[in-house]
Design a binder for this molecule. Sequence first.
Ligand code: CMX
Length: 136
Amino acid sequence: MKIKRIAHLGVAVQDLDAALAFFTGGLPLELIHTEDYQGMKIGFIPVGDSSIELLQDLSGSSAIRKYLDKNGEGIHHIAFEVDDIHQAVEELKAKGIKLIDETPRPGAHGMSIAFMHPKATHGILMELVQPMKDPH
Ligand code: CMX
């Protein structure tokens, strides 16, 4: 497995528009993409070769809702881009590292994704991502 870069930092926010007032108004950054995904509203803000991924709960029962209720706003996860996500998942499984997604699945913004479990990663929720060649 080759880890190519930090693709994004996921940040849990209560209200995407309110967060954008800071991230794109207070800071000189730009929103390039928003998407509704699995009960969340997600906004992507490039920072150099990486992005900040703002995550707002929409459904009332998303992974972000539970996190916000427990911890409040803040960094939710780190995503690493890998060269081959299927091989990466198999390597982690062979090493006995606990995964949330034992098989890669379609994520936001045209990525194939797989999460590791925070209990296996020193308390940090980590995601592997790889751009999907054909998202359809
Ligand atoms: N970072 C670090 N630890 C976390 C965490 C996070 N973001 N979210 C949960 N945890 C910890 C909790 O603190 C808890 O620890 P304790 O048992 O010590 O209290 C433990 O993990 C279980 O957490 P929980 O609140 O009981 O929540 P769940 O078990 O329901 O779910 C998790 C936790 C990580 C499995 C779930 O949130 C998940 O599947 N996340 C992956 C999907 C996701 O987050 N999607 C949004 C991102 C979208 C994208 O980038 O594509």
